[in-house]
Design a protein around this ligand. Structure first.
Ligand SMILES: Nc1nc2c(ncn2[C@@H]2O[C@H](COP(=O)(O)OP(=O)(O)O)[C@@H](O)[C@H]2O)c(=O)[nH]1
Ligand SMILES: Nc1ncnc2c1ncn2[C@@H]1O[C@H](COP(=O)(O)OP(=O)(O)O)[C@@H](O)[C@H]1O
Length: 205
């Protein structure tokens, strides 16, 4: 039951809510103790992105072969490209006792929930749908039509909130990071208390 496995932390939420921004802020802090799982994608690298740092950029054939071989913990197609989480890295890191952090969209997160239900699932929510729209416009990476379809999609994605252990509002990035860190710390304490009680019961046998 208790193998000192690390904690799997999954951060998800609708497109444009600020997942990438919050994740980068978390990992910029020297206090962050989670290991970031670098995803694989078939999309082209953007300027400034490097293979093995931002993503593992792979051709579609390679990605599909890895799906076939069961080498991905989850995968999803998002705006015409595949994204997925390499399974071995997650398992090896958790087995070594370290926490792993995934930042993924909601379809993939639902697959992880099925396969690793003992993970900690955090949904990042915008203060409102109009905030979400403003952020997508502000990011400037999509044309207005795509933004409208993402906001429409976000309505469905928001319904998936109840599949998560926690909902964190991303009103301000630093506040959202503090909330996530507090949740992770509380989860570690909870697991330690359960373990202590379990061991105490065994000793009392
Ligand atoms: N399912 C899944 N989604 C991912 C993975 N890696 C990144 N994503 C999500 O894919 C979406 C698109 O990512 P990206 O192309 O980097 O664009 P951006 O985050 O919208 O700037 C985001 O919602 C990411 O959270 C992954 O391994 N699996
Ligand atoms: N708390 C926040 N307040 C205002 N703008 C934010 C906040 N968090 C993120 N943003 C902005 O919103 C846009 C979308 O953020 P991004 O991290 O790319 O979202 P996601 O990874 O969820 O698609 C970016 O322009 C980012 O700078």
């Amino acid at each position: 039951m208790f193998k000192q496995r690390g904690l799997l932390i999954v951060l998800s939420g609708p497109s444009g809510v600020g997942k990438g921004t919050v994740r980068k802020e978390l990992f910029a802090s020297p206090d962050t103790n989670y290991e970031y799982s670098i995803s694989m994608t078939t999309r082209q690298p953007r300027e400034g992105e490097a293979d093995g740092v931002d993503y593992f950029f792979r051709p579609r054939e390679v990605f599909e072969a890895l799906i076939e071989e069961g080498k991905l913990l989850e995968h999803a197609e998002y705006v015409g490209n595949y994204y997925g989480t390499p399974l071995d890295y997650v398992n090896e890191t958790l087995d070594s006792g370290r926490d792993v952090f995934l930042e993924i969209e909601v379809v993939g997160a639902a697959q992880v929930r099925e396969k690793m239900p003992d993970g900690l699932f955090i949904f990042l929510a915008p203060p409102s749908l109009s905030h979400l729209e403003q952020r997508l416009v502000g990011r400037g990476t999509e044309v207005l039509e795509v933004i409208a379809s993402r906001v429409a999609k976000a309505r469905d994605e928001l319904e998936m909130m109840d599949l998560y252990d926690y909902v964190v509002e991303n009103d301000e990035v630093t506040k959202a990071c503090d909330r996530i860190n507090a949740i992770v710390t509380a989860e570690h304490c909870r697991r330690e208390r359960v373990e202590e009680r379990y061991l105490a019961m065994l000793e009392g046998e």
